[in-house]
Write a protein that binds this ligand. Structure first.
Ligand code: SER
Length: 322
């Protein structure tokens, strides 16, 4: 039997990476999954349960060394800046998001590795239909984050058609999780609200009450990434990148759902114009028919199931932390 090549996750200490590493290690074994990040893990963090390498993806030698040393066959390239931070630092966002992907693809081309790329709801813009944004539609984002996401989708397509690289990607919605926090995204409110609801029964939201966006619970997102990378190559026609949907809600609806569990929970609003403008430029929902048809995608968590699970897990975690 051929020996399975290793899996590398960049940005492994981030919101997605920290959970993806755990899931991949369960599936392939701890030694086969290399976690990497530009930061060193804090003592006691899960990613030290297997190999960890410090990698700055804007330095090609650093990626190359790790890919060669561990014989990496698949790279989940998650190292990137999120939307609000990218708007604050557009130059850095271009260098990290584009420069990091470009160098990762170059190493993958030399070493024959497959690459997963996380695109986003942010790859759409104001001229995209806001409801059920189609798989193939206008993509004219107005943020630096969105510009890098569209360009990255195209770059991944190019490496596939020009060099035969197995690149695959997902347009992820806003992700909700109780593990590592997101760092500087527009959809972060849907994570913060749970922490504040449990601790203080109160949350001040930086988006308007009716700001509706596509969202997803992290276990669904992790499963989607792994299922996509394992899908039959002959079926993945829209490889870079698939629309992905699970639930679409606005802050007032999420607050209402939390109130079913915490009846005295209160929400008020102090709108941040920068993040509001970003949210207003994104679709409210995405049509994920291509993912459903081509690799049998199906979400498991809706708003009710996600809220229940978040509150249960987060209450335990916050109690443990004291
Ligand atoms: N969650 C991301 C953000 O808000 C969207 O891809 O930046």
């Amino acid at each position: 039997m051929p020996v399975m090549r290793s899996v590398l996750v960049t940005g492994a200490l981030g919101q997605i990476g920290s959970e993806l590493v755990t899931a991949l290690r369960k599936r392939h074994g701890s030694d086969r999954v290399i976690a990497s990040d530009i930061r060193e893990p804090a003592a006691g963090v899960g990613s030290v349960e297997g190999p960890f390498e410090r990698v700055d993806c804007t330095h090609i030698r650093e990626i190359e060394n790790v890919v060669r040393r561990y014989d990496v066959g698949t790279i989940y390239h998650l190292g990137a800046l999120l939307s609000a931070v990218a708007e604050e630092k557009p130059r850095v966002a271009w260098e990290v998001n584009m420069g990091g992907l470009y160098r990762t693809l170059e190493v993958a081309r030399q070493e024959g590795s497959a690459v997963f790329f996380p695109s986003s709801i942010g790859a759409f813009g104001p001229s995209t239909p806001r409801q059920r944004a189609p798989q193939e539609t206008l993509q004219r984002p107005t943020t630096m984050y969105g510009v890098t996401k569209v360009a990255s989708e195209l770059l991944c397509d190019y490496y596939h058609s020009r060099f035969g690289l197995d690149t695959r990607g997902l347009r992820l919605p806003g992700l909700i999780s109780y593990g590592a926090p997101p760092g500087g995204g527009t959809t972060d409110y849907a994570v913060e609200i749970f922490y504040q609801a449990i601790r203080y029964r109160h949350y001040t939201c930086f988006l308007r009450s009716d700001s509706r966006l596509e969202m997803m619970y992290m276990p669904d997102a992790i499963r989607a990434m792994m299922e996509l990378m394992e899908a039959d190559p002959n079926r993945v026609v829209h490889r870079n990148a698939y629309n992905l949907g699970a639930m679409s809600f606005c802050p007032s609806e999420l607050a209402e759902e939390i109130r079913r569990h915490i009846p005295d929970f209160a929400i008020d609003y102090d709108v941040d114009p920068v993040r509001q403008a970003i949210a207003d430029s994104w679709p409210e929902s995405m049509d994920d028919a291509a993912a459903r048809y081509e690799w049998d995608w199906k979400p498991r968590y809706d708003l009710g199931a996600m809220t229940r699970d978040m509150l249960e897990h987060l209450a335990v975690r916050l109690q443990q932390r004291g």
